[in-house]
Design a protein around this ligand. Structure first.
Ligand code: HPA
Length: 278
């Protein structure tokens, strides 16, 4: 266990940022958080520096030995990026402040855009396994909000606007890139629950009824915090299982990972081409 003095959250962020800047003193333009089974994009980054999470003060660390995370700094399509290899999920037991700590840190490192990917279940009956959904809005069903508690005035306002959490200009560009590359693509509403269990048939029906096209267990906390700081966000889901009536089967993690692997090349093209346009 790491022993660190107890200091307030903003100071923890500053400590983490100062430490990273000492190790990698260059500016970064884009932050990238990659979802379950969607880490291949990192292979396209010309890596300049890797910093394991456990070497960054106050950074959350993975409790699973085999799952060590790190920040990867480098160049992607000419832009300086920082990618998180390994993200933190609420269902793992992290608090919302821990889940979103890296987003605050990346913001302080200077990122101008946040890119997020995830694996999600397809509620919309038009969706296919291995397809992609660009997120154009969300429904937050987590039991806790990352902004709960004293407002971090240095980062944003008490009541941040959420009328356009996803940069719609980037959504349109992504749809065009997908079409140019003949990729199976949709845009839609992502809902997130805490997990870790998957949903019942009645819950899938409910989620569809309230307006969701895809369902997952991540992304929304990071997006809320990014929008608190007025950071433009692009997010995309790989559809890994079908949750529409008549299509619901028992979900096996191997099948989710196989579907993510199928969706991944297309997702990589979209993210790279979008980053090129920034
Ligand atoms: N439900 C919730 N989260 C998920 C699913 C699902 O069906 N598929 C992938 N992540």
């Amino acid at each position: 266990m790491r022993q660190e003095p107890t200091i307030c959250y903003s100071e923890q962020i500053s400590h983490a940022v100062n430490d990273i800047v000492e190790k990698f003193p260059k500016r970064v333009d884009v932050g990238i958080i990659l979802g379950t089974g969607l880490g291949q994009l990192i292979q396209h980054i010309t890596i300049e520096k890797e910093i394991p999470y456990e070497e960054i003060p106050y950074f959350p660390v993975s409790t699973v030995e085999s799952h060590k995370g790190k920040l990867i700094f480098g160049k992607l399509e000419g832009k300086s990026v920082v990618a998180m290899q390994g993200r933190f999920h609420y269902y793992e037991g992290y608090s919302m402040k821990e889940v979103t700590f890296p987003v605050r840190v990346m913001y302080k490192l200077g990122i101008q855009h946040l890119f997020v990917s995830n694996a999600a279940g397809g509620l919309n009956p038009d969706y296919q396994i291995g397809g992609l959904m660009v997120i154009n809005d969300h429904i937050d069903l987590f039991p806790e909000n990352p902004l709960r508690g004293s407002n971090l005035d240095d980062f944003g306002v008490r009541f941040p606007d959420m009328s356009e959490p996803y940069a719609l200009g980037l959504v349109e560009k992504a749809m065009q890139i997908a079409k140019n590359n003949s990729l199976e693509i949709h845009q839609g509403v992502y809902a997130a629950v805490q997990g870790p269990n998957l949903e019942t048939k009645a819950e899938y029906k409910y989620l569809r009824t309230i307006g969701a096209d895809a369902i997952g267990m991540s992304t929304i906390p990071e997006v809320i915090v990014a929008r608190h700081m007025d950071l433009p966000v692009f997010a995309i889901s790989a559809i890994t299982d079908l949750c529409s009536p008549g299509n619901i089967k028992k979900v096996k993690i191997e099948e989710v990972l196989a579907a993510a692997a199928k969706a991944e090349p297309g997702m990589g093209i979209i993210i790279k081409e979008l980053i090129k346009t920034l």
